[in-house]
Ligand binder design. Structure first.
Ligand SMILES: Nc1ncnc2c1ncn2[C@@H]1O[C@H](COP(=O)(O)OP(=O)(O)OP(=O)(O)O)[C@@H](O)[C@H]1O
Ligand SMILES: [Mg+2]
Length: 262
């Protein structure tokens, strides 16, 4: 008898090749390549306006690329059937930069909304699953019937994360999850993301400006500059990079402080 073959776990769940993104004549991405492997927490950094959110939107299908290819779970986005696109949506969670909670819905209904949309589960089960996700992100049951306007910024981020996790995704996209949080709240949020990744083998694509997050929880950091990904490496490797933007970012005063803190 041969030993059972272990399921390969290091496949690319995201594979971007030669991406071209434009708005009219304005080129945002050109020849952009990026791989994200299963179980990795990848930080995505780059100056404001370099196209981090546009990259996220291109990967999740909210923006049609002008060229190149985007594969998710081995499926080519451009040639995906409707059923495959729905499957990808089910296996993927997104926390948008602006939060994008439904302002008229309670916390519970916000978190339940993907379950209502994508499953035929009975209402009671949906409610229990939503309650579980709310607890998982560290919110108390007292929050269930609050509306987004009644929450603090940090609580809103947690609700957004609970909603992104509602369908037990394998891959999650986070756009500036810790922006606007105080340092303690941000560190707790970082740890939550790291724990989710470790415990659930969740793959994380996280856009961030937060150097502390990069040092604390990211396996790799992808740097967006000059319209493409100029490096994807560990922070330690990036600290030795010769690229001018990377140098300034990691070896500037804030980078040095984050390095020290880590
Ligand atoms: N719908 C759109 N129409 C036209 N231009 C757009 C559109 N969306 C984004 N852009 C442009 O694309 C560029 C990249 O925007 P993007 O939002 O991806 O930046 P970003 O890297 O996420 O910045 P930030 O760190 O400030 O969030 C910007 O110059 C922006 O003006
Ligand atoms: Mg952005």
């Amino acid at each position: 008898m041969t030993a059972p073959i272990e399921k390969p776990t290091r496949e690319n769940v995201v594979e971007v090749r030669g991406l071209l993104s434009q708005f009219g004549d304005r080129v945002i991405h050109q020849d952009l390549d990026l791989d994200v492997q299963r179980g990795e927490v990848v930080g995505v950094v780059g100056g404001s306006g370099t196209g981090k959110t546009v990259l996220l939107n291109s990967i999740i299908g909210l923006k049609q690329p002008e060229g190149g290819s985007v594969k998710l779970f081995g499926m080519e986005r451009e040639t995906m059937t409707k059923a495959e696109a729905a499957e990808v949506e089910r296996r993927t969670g997104v926390l948008f930069q602006q939060g994008a909670l439904f302002s008229s819905l309670t916390v519970l209904d916000n978190v339940a909304s993907p379950l209502v949309e994508h499953t035929d589960l009975p209402a009671k089960t949906i409610r229990e699953l939503a309650e579980m996700k709310i607890a998982m992100v560290g919110l108390k049951p007292e929050s269930h019937y609050l509306k987004p306007a009644e929450l603090s910024g940090g609580m809103r981020k947690r609700v957004g994360l609970a909603r992104a996790m509602a369908l037990d995704p394998e891959l999650i996209f986070l756009d500036e999850p810790t922006a606007g949080l105080d340092p303690i709240g941000a560190a707790a949020f970082d740890q939550l993301i790291r724990d989710l990744s470790d415990d659930l083998d969740l793959t994380v694509f996280m856009i961030t400006h937060d150097l502390d997050s990069l040092y604390a929880i990211c396996d790799k950091v992808a740097v967006l500059a000059d319209k493409h990904v100029v490096a994807k490496a560990t922070v330690q490797e990036l600290e030795r990079s010769d690229h001018p933007w990377i140098k300034e970012y990691f070896l500037g005063p804030r980078g040095r402080a984050a390095h020290k803190a880590a």
